[in-house]
Write a protein that binds this ligand. Structure first.
Ligand code: ARG
Length: 459
């Protein structure tokens, strides 16, 4: 028996290698529920324009419900040589209800069907990724609250820069992830336009009520040009770019933590449950979780890039090249979900080595504060910066740390130095200067925690 939807004009069998290449069922079966939802709505609309009787429409919908149950229960039987989710659902419907099944596809094409399925699938599933992002933000916020007093060196160019709170550092990643959530919501609202009723490319010849169809399928808007609609995969590209951006954020966090977990830094210890060992070196405990996040995070952009190459130079409307979209979409979705989960677990269980973080601070990281001390004594900043530089040089020359220079030695460099300079040699004091919104002072960090907590609660 030939299950093909397009067999009429063909006289010989499809080449078996092509048949295999053409088959997308392994991927698009994940959209069975959306395919069925779209077909049920379409059947209702065909009834509204008298292309189906009420009885036929009811029988189609009942049949489709039964098919959905088969899929739900993993009982749906795929036959050899079947092509895609649309084909198998229609084949099964005919087996179940007979002739009315053959009327369902009138005016419809797999071209408008597949875009509808994919948009429905993304609308139904992107929330999962948003939830995973929020869980990670939540873990960061919790740690930051509990570990607010931990201080550590902050880096630029991976060189010691200024002392900061560990919580401030952690939250810097949470803010990136919050931006990701907002970008995702934006993407969801952009893809919320219904394609169904565009046919193969020319539109729908029976004046099906597309606005009504959109209502049934919970879309806010409908697309406005059938040719654009069947060739449009921008919403997939948006998703892939978005996922790449999240991947980059996770990868940068992972990279920091890998560095922080090395013996040379030892700011953190990755929990055993998120580490693995070496088959050769018995002592090894490697941060594989973080390396996988970093690697897979990068490969997400590879998928984005690869799909853009598929889109580039395609002629207008539908071309079979587009069938590649499912592989990119599902694989990106799954990879991102798994690295988000592993990131959350790793960040949640890691141990922060409070003493090592603190003992890694060094007084030259307070050189900026010498300049600020002078500025508070009305020395112009450029002059103050220059004087502070001289202090650093003098300490280097004497082979001592800057805080070991006596007041007399400092006053030789500048008469503005007074006994109060002693208060500069204190990391907490340094950190507490940064009171403005967004800074590393305790109140500013608590302010960030409050803002993120409130935002999470309103989700
Ligand atoms: N399986 C196809 C895809 O995912 C559905 C659309 C097929 N349309 C066609 N005219 N061959 O792209």
């Amino acid at each position: 028996e030939n299950h093909k939807l397009w067999g009429g004009r063909f006289t010989c069998k499809t080449n078996s290698k092509l048949e295999k290449l053409n088959c997308s069922l392994n991927l698009d079966r994940r959209m069975y529920a959306e395919d069925i939802e779209g077909s049920k709505a379409y059947a209702q609309s065909l009834k509204d324009i008298n292309l189906l009787t009420e009885t036929e429409a009811d029988s189609i919908c009942a049949g489709l419900d039964e098919i959905k149950l088969e899929w739900d229960n993993d009982e749906f039987v795929i036959k050899a040589g079947e092509e895609d989710i649309h084909t198998v659902n229609e084949r099964r419907l005919k087996e179940l209800i007979g002739e009315p099944a053959t009327k369902l596809h009138v005016g419809r094409s797999r071209n408008d069907q597949v875009v509808t399925d994919m948009k429905l699938w993304l609308k139904a599933n992107l929330g999962v990724l948003e939830e995973k992002l929020c869980e990670l933000i939540q873990v960061i916020v919790k740690r930051s609250t509990e570990e607010i007093d931990v201080i550590m060196p902050g880096y630029t160019h991976l060189q010691r820069a200024q002392p900061v709170r560990w919580a401030h550092y952690l939250l810097s990643h949470a803010w990136n992830l919050k931006n990701d959530c907002e970008r995702l919501e934006n993407n969801i609202s952009i893809l919320d336009t219904m394609p169904l009723g565009s046919g193969a490319l020319a539109g729908n010849p029976f004046n099906v009520d597309r606005l009504e169809l959109a209502k049934k399928l919970n879309f806010s808007h409908i697309t406005q040009n059938s040719m654009q609609t069947v060739g449009d995969r921008d919403f997939i590209a948006d998703f892939l770019f978005w996922a790449s951006m999240v991947g980059i954020h996770l990868s940068r966090l992972a990279e920091d933590l890998i560095i922080f977990s090395s013996k040379e830094f030892e700011f953190i210890t990755v929990h055993e449950s998120f580490s693995t060992g070496s088959s050769l070196m018995p002592q090894k405990r490697n941060p594989d979780s973080l390396e996988l996040i970093r690697g897979i995070g990068g490969s997400l952009f590879g998928q984005c890039c690869s799909f853009m190459m598929v889109l580039k130079s395609l002629p207008s409307t539908y071309n079979k090249d587009l069938q590649n979209d499912k592989e990119s979409m599902f694989s990106t979705f799954d990879k991102l979900q798994s690295i988000l989960e592993v990131t959350t677990g790793t960040v949640k269980t890691l141990q922060v080595n409070v003493d090592k973080c603190r003992s890694s601070l060094s007084f030259e990281m307070l050189a900026t504060d010498i300049a600020y001390y002078l500025v508070r004594k009305s020395v112009p900043f450029r002059t103050a910066h220059h004087i502070a530089g001289k202090v650093v040089a003098e300490a280097e020359r004497k082979k001592v740390t800057i805080c070991d220079l006596t007041l007399e030695e400092l006053r030789e460099i500048s008469p503005h130095f007074e006994i109060g300079i002693g208060r500069v040699w204190n990391y907490e004091n340094s950190i507490e200067q940064y009171q403005a919104i967004g800074g590393t002072a305790k109140n500013s960090v608590f302010d960030q925690i409050n803002k993120l907590t409130e935002w999470l609660q309103n989700k």
